[in-house]
Write a protein that binds this ligand. Structure first.
Ligand code: BGC
Length: 446
């Protein structure tokens, strides 16, 4: 019996693309917190540094944008590097702004909508010397920088993302201590979170002042935390409390101008409302179990039975993306999946990961939830922060030494989806047969 065919079509104008971040792809950044962090022994896997990265600053963005456009992508999310544009507090680098202007124009010329992130994990060294986001002046300084960028790029860009994953920036930089500045102090983390939320709202205002028609959002790393033993109250409480701080804090602040407190919340006009769209970054789901002896009272592990990524840390849990979109609905603005992907140098899991997550997006679209697009992380292997070059997220592999790009099968699979604006089981059978069962339950196995 021939296998039935199904075509899961997306709405016209759906945005398909990939996402990148300045420090991870540009190369040659020397004036920001990450460049300094990479010089400290033991901070980055393998002793790696971003180094030349993907050489975008030297012009290789052109060939990579060509790749994306040829693969049917109609959008791209990139970030601008604050330390290039404002190398010292009293100086603007107009050449750097011109460089970014060329890049966003390059996207438009190739038929891709630019989505520009204004802060993606790095800070200028001069800002860090003044206390970074612990300093109450930083939200205002950020807004000044943002206004300058918007002024420069407004002819080409209307969709802005103020801050990428302020929750990850806070958790890894101020609680886990694996991002700069490497602190482990909950009290400072709470302050930093508040300043980042203020920074988002200040940037929101600044952008709308310069460009009234702008669409301004922020992205949050959404990580569902499920109680490992649902019958055990401490696991349930832990999952709830962690999810509230990690997932909800910034979204609630931006959407409603309320600051979450240990119990309840407080209205704070400096935080919002300040949200035109919401960026959802989703990678995986984790189980949490209450563990008295751990400093954070938690043990974390992937759901049992879920296939794992190359280094065993990301579980294939596509239904978490559906849950994330449902969760994001409550903020009342259109949603964009601004990142989703898996580290996988051999492309063993990525095709299945891609198909099953995009299928979940399709499900959400069919509930009439306001999902406007899907951006995969990422186009070409890039510098993966504390993992250095050991984790590979690209649709294209990168040989860092020669800068050669090598296409992974997932690139063709994703191109077929982007070009047809649909997920077709014939394409899936070809590239990711393991995903067929998720699309046609019970049928594929017959
Ligand atoms: C970040 C990216 C990062 C990706 C994969 C996201 O949290 O925004 O910069 O490369 O995860 O780890």
């Amino acid at each position: 019996m021939p296998m039935p065919r199904a075509v899961y079509t997306f709405p016209r104008g759906f945005l398909w693309g990939t996402a990148t971040a300045a420090h991870q792809v540009e190369g040659g950044n020397a004036n920001n917190t990450w460049a300094a962090w990479e010089q400290q022994p033991g901070k980055i896997a393998n002793g790696d540094t971003a180094g030349r990265a993907c050489e975008w600053w030297q012009g290789r963005w052109r060939e990579d944008f060509d790749r994306a456009a040829e693969a049917g992508q109609n959008a791209h999310r990139l970030s601008v590097e604050w330390s290039r544009i404002q190398p010292t507090p009293d100086r603007w680098d107009e050449d750097a702004l011109e460089h970014y202007r060329q890049m966003v124009r390059g996207l438009i010329q190739r038929g891709m909508t630019p989505i520009v992130t204004l802060h993606h994990f790095t800070d200028p060294l001069w800002l860090a010397e003044r206390g970074g986001w612990e300093n109450p002046e930083t939200p205002g300084l950020f807004a000044v920088f943002v206004a300058k960028v918007v002024e420069a790029l407004r002819a080409y860009v209307t969709r802005w993302c103020t801050i990428n994953e302020p929750n990850v920036y806070t958790a890894l930089g101020y609680v886990a201590g694996v991002f700069p500045p490497g602190k482990q102090d909950i009290r400072i983390a709470m302050k930093v979170a508040e300043r980042l939320a203020q920074g988002h709202a200040a940037a929101y205002e600044a952008i709308h002042r310069v460009q009234p028609e702008a669409q301004v959002g922020l992205t949050v790393y959404y990580r569902p935390m499920r109680p490992a033993r649902p019958w055990f109250l401490p696991d349930r409480v832990l999952a709830r409390v962690e999810g509230r701080w990690f997932n909800d804090y910034f979204a609630v602040a931006a959407a409603s101008g309320r600051r979450l407190l240990p119990v309840g919340s407080r209205r704070d006009r400096r935080l919002g409302p300040a949200l035109d769209w919401f960026g959802l970054n989703y990678y995986t789901t984790e189980l949490v179990a209450f563990a008295f002896r751990r400093p954070d009272f938690a043990r974390r592990f992937p759901p049992k039975g879920a296939p794992l990524s190359e280094h065993g840390e990301l579980a294939l849990t596509p239904e978490g993306l559906f849950a994330g979109i449902r969760w994001a609905q409550r903020f009342g603005v259109p949603i964009l999946v601004t990142e989703n992907g898996v580290e996988d140098s051999t492309d063993a899991l990525r095709p299945r990961y891609l198909v099953e997550h995009i299928h979940q997006v399709w499900r959400a679209v069919n509930f009439n939830w306001r999902v406007q697009g899907y951006l995969h992380w990422t186009l070409v292997d890039n510098f993966e922060w504390q993992r250095g070059w050991t984790w590979r997220y690209g649709l294209w592999a990168l040989d860092v030494a020669t800068q050669r790009r090598i296409k992974r099968p997932s690139a063709d699979l994703y191109a077929a989806i982007c070009r047809s604006n649909a997920l077709d089981t014939e394409t899936v059978a070809r590239y990711a047969p393991a995903a067929l069962d998720a699309l046609l339950p019970g049928v594929a196995a017959v």
